[in-house]
Design a protein around this ligand. Structure first.
Ligand code: G3P
Ligand code: MG
Length: 247
C-alpha cells in the first residue's frame, strides 16, 4: 500500500503560530519544514472560492454575516488575522487561486478540504473548485481532495479519474467500504476521538487512515500503534510530535 500523505500534516497550515487558513499560516508551515498542509475551501455568494472553515464570518468577529450573502470585494476587506493576535491584524482572506500559487511557491503537498456551503448548491461548488484545480494543474501526487460530503466527492471523481481523493468521516460507518467504492479514494480520514483500535485495524487493512485533530504525543503515539498512517495537527512544528514520526 502506498501512503498519499506523511504522518504529520499541518492542519489549516500552522494555526498555533498564525491565523488558520491564511497566507501567514501557510508561510509558517513551510518555514517550519512542514511538507503537507490541510486547508479548507468554501464558496461565497458570488461564487468566489474562499479559504475558510465556516459558512459564516463569526471567527472574524462578524457573527451575523453569512458567506452566502457576501461577495469577493466584501471578503477582501475582512481582517482574517486580528482575532488571532494583534501582530496579524489586517491579514487578508485567501482565495483558491492564491492558495494554489502559494502551494507551488513553497512546493507543499496540499490536502484541500472542500467545505460544502450548505446555503449553496453542491455541484456549483465542486465544479468551481475543479475548474480552478485544472487550471493550475498541480502534480497529482502533491494534491489530495477531501470532504465530509460524499456526493461532492462523487462529483470530483466524475470530473477526474486520477485526482487523489480522501473520504472524511466524523465516525466511520460500518458500511464505509461499500459507501466509498465508486469514489475510489486513496485514503479515509476520521475524528480520532471516535476511533477504536479494532476499527483502525479494519480500515487500514484496506486504506491508509488519517485522523484529525491530534495535538499531543500520547494520542499520536496511540494512533500510530493502532496503524493509523498520519494525523492533522495544529502544532506540527513541535519537536516532540516530529520525534514520533516513523522513519
Ligand atoms: O480534514 C481534516 C479536518 O480538517 C476536518 O475537520 O472541521 O477541522 O475541517 P475540520
Ligand atoms: Mg479541515
Amino acid at each position: 500500500m502506498t501512503y498519499p500523505m506523511p504522518a504529520l500534516i499541518g492542519h489549516r497550515g500552522l494555526p498555533s503560530a498564525a491565523p488558520e487558513n491564511t497566507r501567514a499560516s501557510i508561510k509558517a508551515a513551510a518555514e517550519n519544514g512542514i511538507s503537507w498542509i490541510e486547508i479548507d475551501v468554501t464558496m461565497a455568494g458570488d461564487g468566489s472560492l474562499v479559504i475558510m472553515h465556516d459558512p459564516t464570518l463569526k471567527l472574524f468577529g462578524l457573527p451575523d454575516v453569512a458567506l452566502v450573502n457576501v461577495d469577493k470585494s466584501y471578503l477582501q476587506t475582512v481582517d482574517a488575522g486580528g482575532w488571532f493576535h494583534a501582530d496579524f491584524a489586517g491579514e487578508p482572506l485567501l482565495f483558491l487561486d492564491q492558495l494554489l500559487e502559494l502551494v507551488i511557491q513553497y512546493n507543499l503537498g496540499l490536502n484541500l478540504e472542500i467545505k460544502i456551503n450548505p446555503d449553496m448548491e453542491t455541484a456549483e461548488q465542486v465544479n468551481a473548485v475543479c475548474d480552478v484545480l485544472s487550471f493550475f494543474n498541480i502534480p497529482h501526487e502533491q494534491l489530495l481532495i477531501s470532504s465530509f460530503d460524499l456526493s461532492a466527492l462523487a462529483l470530483v471523481r466524475q470530473r477526474s479519474r486520477s485526482l487523489q481523493i480522501g473520504v472524511l468521516c466524523e465516525v466511520i460507518p460500518e458500511t464505509v467500504f461499500e459507501d466509498v467504492a465508486t469514489i475510489r479514494p486513496v485514503s479515509i480520514h476520521c475524528d480520532q476521538s471516535k476511533l477504536t483500535a479494532a476499527l483502525a485495524r479494519r480500515i487500514t487493512a484496506q486504506y491508509p487512515l488519517y485522523c484529525y485533530t491530534v495535538n499531543d504525543t500520547v494520542t499520536f503515539e496511540k494512533l500510530l500503534d493502532w496503524g493509523v498512517n498520519g494525523v492533522f495537527c495544529d502544532r506540527a512544528q513541535a519537536p516532540e510530535m516530529r520525534n514520533l514520526v516513523p522513519r
